[in-house]
Design a protein around this ligand. Structure first.
Ligand code: GH3
Ligand code: MG
Ligand code: MG
Ligand code: MG
Ligand code: MG
Length: 335
């Protein structure tokens, strides 16, 4: 049924896998023990425009070739010396979990049960020998269509995954300052309370509020106020030197800092560093006659959390300390 030298069906219809002058980069592994049948198949595939044809005469060789060459498709005989085609199909499926290489059985066995077993073993199609070349090429093209579709889906799912990651980040980000927003900060505070409680380490929460910010807005305008908030955002990001420190915009001109593994003394050092940075990096609104000295008031709470520690209680304690700092003159941190 196959002859190596001619394939009249393909020549008469012009049906090809791709033009032999410009063969598609597509490799087929032919697993067939009969040498004459194998060389006929190889010749058919090549003249139909398949760019690479690999040959195996038994199951073990097929598996080894599959692993090393990663063909795009496998044509698989069933009756082979040693392990049969069903075994090969199962091994191929196990060799690439999550991937898919089409397997077309090509066998002289034409019982319905053989078809059933072939598909159960992992085959995608089942052709009974002898197969007309035009049918073989048509089946290859159908499989390539499915392969292309699968590749597009894999690409798309990767893109969706990235887009979803980005959205998740955006949901927890404050768009003005680029800091974590209140939603993110609430989640992270809960997480750090759990972590600190497991590790038995002190956790510090700091709430800061810009002093007399309403005056700033009233004097220089809301847009300059926004610039000022961005400036403070950059400054807080810079003062958070440890990778686990989190700076968040908690509300309008209120900021929160989560400082894991930071005892009371460490939180005071942090507050001093913040105050110094505010002095060192003054801002100059366009209409202002001189640099503007921003100041912050802060409330600090530190504890070694246990199972009963709540984020709400920590926030309340920090807020009380902040209120005290405000009422006793501002530009200071209380704990
Ligand atoms: P205090 O020292 O007591 O905190 O005084 P304050 O003026 O800072 O506090 P108050 O709560 O009276 O006013 C907060 C101001 O912060 C008023 C509001 O216009 C301003 N503000 C809040 N969010 C934003 C914002 O996103 N952009 C700008 N430009 N201003 C904001
Ligand atoms: Mg055979
Ligand atoms: Mg206020
Ligand atoms: Mg304020
Ligand atoms: Mg406020």
């Amino acid at each position: 049924s196959f002859t190596a030298s001619t394939n009249p069906a393909i020549e008469s219809t012009g049906a090809r896998f791709s033009s032999p002058d410009a063969p598609a980069p597509f490799s087929v592994l032919v697993v067939e023990d009969q040498p004459s049948m194998r060389s006929a198949l190889v010749a058919e595939l090549k003249s139909a425009g398949v760019s690479q044809v690999l040959e195996a005469e038994n199951g073990r060789t097929a598996l080894a070739l599959f692993r090393s060459e990663r063909p795009d498709l496998v044509l698989l005989d069933i009756r082979l010396p040693g392990e049969d085609g069903y075994w090969v199909a199962r091994q191929l499926r196990e060799a690439e979990p999550g991937e898919w290489t089409p397997i077309i059985f090509l066998s002289g066995l034409d019982n319905d049960l053989d078809v059933w077993r072939g598909i159960e073993a992992g085959g995608d199609d089942y052709l009974v020998k002898p197969v007309k070349p035009i049918v073989l090429v048509a089946k290859l093209r159908a499989m390539r269509r499915l392969l292309d579709m699968r590749r597009r889906l894999v690409t798309l799912s990767g893109e969706l995954h990235l887009a979803n990651q980005k959205l998740n980040e955006m949901v927890e980000m404050d768009s003005l300052t680029g800091l974590v927003n209140r939603r993110g900060m609430d989640r992270m505070l809960h997480a750090e309370i759990m972590a600190a409680s497991r590790e038995g380490k002190p956790l510090t929460l700091m709430l800061c509020d810009l002093d007399h910010f309403k005056r700033f807005n009233d004097t220089y305008g809301h847009l300059q106020g926004d610039e000022c908030l961005k400036h403070v955002g950059r400054l807080l990001r810079d003062v958070c030197v440890r990778p686990r420190d989190v700076a968040a915009r908690y509300g309008g001109e209120e900021f929160a800092l989560i400082l894991p593994n930071t005892p009371r003394s460490g939180s005071m050092t942090f507050a001093r560093a913040l105050g110094q940075m505010l002095k060192a990096r003054k801002i100059r609104p366009p209409d202002a006659p001189e640099d503007f000295q921003l100041t912050l008031s802060g409330g600090i709470t530190t504890c070694i959390p246990d199972a009963n520690t709540s984020a709400e209680a920590m926030l309340m304690r920090a807020d009380e300390a902040l209120y005290a700092a405000k009422s006793q003159g501002r530009n200071r941190f209380f704990s």
